[in-house]
Design a protein around this ligand. Sequence first.
Ligand code: AMP
Ligand code: ZN
Ligand code: FE
Ligand code: FE
Length: 278
Amino acid sequence: MTRADLHVHSTASDGTDPPAHVMRRAARAGLDVVALTDHDTVAGHEEAQASLPAGLILLPGMELSARLNDRSVHLLAYLFDPSHPGLAAELARIRDDRVIRARAMVDKLAALGVDVSWDQVAAIAGSAVVGRPHIARAMVAAGAIAEPSQAFTPDWIADGGRAYSGRYALEPTRAISLVRAAGGVTALAHPRSGGEYTVSDEEITGLAAAGLAGLEVNHPDHSETERAELSALAHRLDLVATGGSDDHGSLTGYRIGSEIAPEGGYEALIARAQRLLP
Ligand code: AMP
Ligand code: ZN
Ligand code: FE
Ligand code: FE
């Protein structure tokens, strides 16, 4: 079967490794296919494609920020044309607002006595689409916490936390339509990862009706029971069951290839995208 890890991050967003390193690790992990799915950007694709080891297929993707019923919904998008004007405009808006919002969180942290500055966070992020993990790393450098994951609590920058600030995100139905208009397909990311990212069966049913193509069944945050339930739900709603490691380099413990799409998932996603072609 095709070993396809359909959810991976790089330094184009909040992963710690450059796209070329991510591709090398993907090959070493024995993958046949890897999807580079950075948050709200395709900026890593060129480097990834240019450095692709022989025998490895790159599936161009992205993890799109959406918001439903006041909670974060992450949509994995694949095979879309990133230059589609409507989609490109929304991505630019999301990225611009990420900067405004990160600055707001830095201000709140400083007011709480944490010795972080925007310049420091910007230096950590470099050219990446800025996200909370970059702020978390600055908090570690400031000695406020021991590890980046400790930033994601109500005390700090978890959703609704003391120093949290919300940001612009798309209605998922609009995100799904935009990606479709751009020739691509979407899969709902980690619907059972808990906390701010949990999406109910009813909500998933609504997204399926709006044109969602896939459901991420295999994800490190999902238990065996949750995988079985999601797999059954995908079948019921005619969604492709997908999977991926959500590797963020050292932030998640290097885990590329630790999760792959169920058999036939990669091929089925491609087939759904091809169905959209005129
Ligand atoms: P943002 O896109 O800026 O809202 O940040 C969300 C990102 O933060 C996710 O994609 C993860 O990489 C990371 N993240 C979210 N929750 C946690 C958590 N509990 N522990 C560690 N990292 C997290
Ligand atoms: Zn992330
Ligand atoms: Fe996510
Ligand atoms: Fe992710």
